[in-house]
Every structure is written in structure tokens, then in C-alpha cells.
Design a protein around this ligand. Structure first.
Ligand SMILES: C[S@@+](CC[C@H](N)C(=O)[O-])C[C@H]1O[C@@H](n2cnc3c(N)ncnc32)[C@H](O)[C@@H]1O
Length: 290
């Protein structure tokens, strides 16, 4: 593909896009545009080889540098952008793709707009201020994701038990998908440069290797006990009933395996949380709304 506006080989030049948009990224609006062509060109390739790219969803399209690369691999792209100035620019810059029905631009907040029902994958350089909320809107859809995060967040998402990074985020993200960090990205790859390094994560959806009686309760239970990660599970289960919604936390502690109750949350594998959450569901009298 050639950048029709710049004549460069490859996708549209990210610096030229910013110049044409005529604005500077505003960090207060989570605007850090990816300007390293090599990174941009690699991003869509992190989708699994067998991913269906018929309809790719992009959150936070900015000046469209990634949108352009997505249009090169996808049949259709839906791009969400909250900033009206960027949305207006994208409509002009990508008028041909919009006209052809290959690009749909949704101007609005990614936390509020409806995502398309038939999206087959999402590839996004996320607005970091809402990356967690957006990710937990995307994960339950069950499509492959390639998402850029702050590096620390990415590493927490992909962490294994018994590491400092392992926590609520690792277990809850891992409930929906196999999560891995596929590339770390330096600050200089962005304009303006963010305060911290970034990383690209791939999430491949799959059913968890354990069963839980209720997804919502499982996630709530895990969230609750990790608020007391320095305590034994025995104390964490007892002290966090107001979060997990357990009316009878002592009954859970009494019925649970001694070894599990003596461990700390950071030492338990997802399947062990599932075992405990199932027990808690049966004997702990969870309330619907804590
Ligand atoms: C990190 S920039 C990425 C821009 C572009 N995709 C790129 O890679 O250069 C995030 C973009 O998300 C937009 N944004 C910020 N908050 C948003 C929200 N709540 N909903 C939708 N877009 C948002 C910003 O205006 C910005 O364009």
C-alpha cells in the first residue's frame, strides 16, 4: 500500500497524519500517537494466524495511523474515537474507505458506545486512562485482542502465580483468554511520549480450564481476596465479605482445605480460586449484590 498523501511505501506516515490533522496529542485526553512505523506495521501481525479479520474493532483511533494498517488486513474496520476534532479529521482522511463501507467511524466514549455485535477481533492502542474498563468490555465478547497498555498493566495482566505482578488482573483476564505480552514499546515510539513504557498484549479467547458456578461471583470473589493479598486466605476471605458478598465467610473457611486457607492469594492458581469460589457459592451464602 502507498500513502496517497505522502507517496511513501507502506502505510500512511504517522507524522504526516499528525501534521495533516493539525493538532498535538493532548496527554490529558489520553492522546499519545504511535509514530514508529516499524511498530505500527507489526501490530496487526500479532493477531493469531487463524484470526478472522473480517471486522476489526479499534478503540481510540487518534489520527488513524493504526486504522490505516488495520484497513490493509481487514475486510471492515469500526473505529471508535471520542475527540470530535480527531473524528472530523478521520472522516476526511479516510473518506474513501468510509464511502466504500470498509470503515465505520463511531464518535463517542468507548465506555458508552455500543460495540458492533459482529466484530471478529480488536486491535487497539488504548487510551490508558480507561484501558482496564475497555479491556473488561472486550474480553467477555470472546474475540482475539491485540492491545497496547502501559507496560506495568500489561505485565500484571499476563502474570503467573508466585510473581510480584500476579493479582486480580491476571486471574480475571485469564478467566477469558490466554494473555501474553508480545512486545514492549519504548516511550519514544509515541508523540507525545507517555511517562512510562508501553507493551502490546495478545489475548486469545478460550474457556477456562476450570468450572465456576457463576462468572460474576467468581470475579467478585477474586477481586475481594486480592485486596488483602498480604494476609492468609483464611483472613482474606473473612475480612472481605463486604466485597465478595458472602453472608457466611466463616462457613467457607471451615469447609475449605487447610492448605489453601493458609496460603496467600498470590500463591493460588486460577483453578484453586475456582475451587474456593465454588465452595463459597455452596456454603458461604453469597448475596446477589453485596
Ligand atoms: C493512545 S491514543 C492512540 C491513537 C492512535 N490509535 C495511535 O495509535 O496513534 C488513544 C486515543 O483514544 C482517544 N480516546 C481517549 N479516551 C477515549 C474514550 N474514552 N473513548 C474513545 N476514545 C478515547 C484519544 O483521543 C486518542 O486518540
Amino acid at each position: 500500500m502507498t500513502d496517497s498523501a505522502s507517496g511513501r511505501p507502506g502505510g500512511r506516515d504517522p507524522d504526516a497524519l499528525i501534521a495533516r490533522a493539525g493538532l498535538h496529542g493532548d496527554p490529558n485526553r489520553d492522546q499519545h500517537f504511535l509514530v514508529d512505523d516499524r511498530v505500527l506495521d507489526r501490530v496487526p501481525g500479532y493477531l493469531p494466524a487463524d484470526a478472522d479479520t473480517s471486522h476489526v474493532l479499534e478503540i481510540g483511533a487518534g489520527t488513524g495511523a493504526l486504522t490505516d494498517r488495520l484497513l490493509a488486513v481487514a475486510d471492515r474496520v469500526t473505529a471508535v474515537e471520542r475527540d470530535p476534532r480527531l473524528a472530523a479529521f478521520l472522516r476526511e482522511e479516510f473518506a474513501a474507505a468510509i464511502e466504500e463501507g470498509r470503515l465505520r467511524l463511531v464518535e463517542g466514549d468507548a465506555l458508552e458506545v455500543d460495540f458492533p455485535d459482529d466484530a471478529t477481533a480488536s486491535v487497539s492502542n488504548l487510551p490508558y486512562g480507561v484501558s482496564s474498563e475497555v479491556t473488561f468490555r472486550l474480553l467477555p465478547i470472546g474475540i482475539p485482542l491485540v492491545l497496547m497498555f502501559q507496560r506495568e498493566f500489561a505485565e500484571r495482566m499476563a502474570a503467573e502465580p508466585n510473581t510480584p505482578e500476579y493479582g486480580r488482573l491476571s486471574v480475571t483476564a485469564g478467566h477469558y483468554a490466554d494473555v501474553s505480552v508480545v512486545e514492549t514499546v519504548p516511550k519514544e515510539a509515541f508523540d507525545p511520549a507517555p511517562a512510562v513504557e508501553s507493551a502490546l498484549v495478545r489475548a486469545v479467547p478460550r474457556a477456562p480450564e476450570y468450572a465456576v458456578p457463576d462468572d460474576e461471583f467468581f470475579l467478585r470473589f477474586v477481586t475481594a481476596v486480592f485486596t488483602q493479598r498480604r494476609k492468609t486466605m483464611r483472613n482474606a476471605v473473612r475480612n472481605t465479605a463486604h466485597i465478595s458478598g458472602l453472608a457466611e465467610p466463616d462457613a467457607v473457611v471451615a469447609a475449605a482445605d487447610e492448605d489453601l486457607m493458609g496460603a496467600r492469594a498470590g500463591e493460588l492458581a486460577p483453578a484453586q480460586f475456582a475451587e474456593l469460589a465454588s465452595l463459597a457459592w455452596d456454603v458461604g451464602a453469597p448475596e446477589a449484590e453485596p
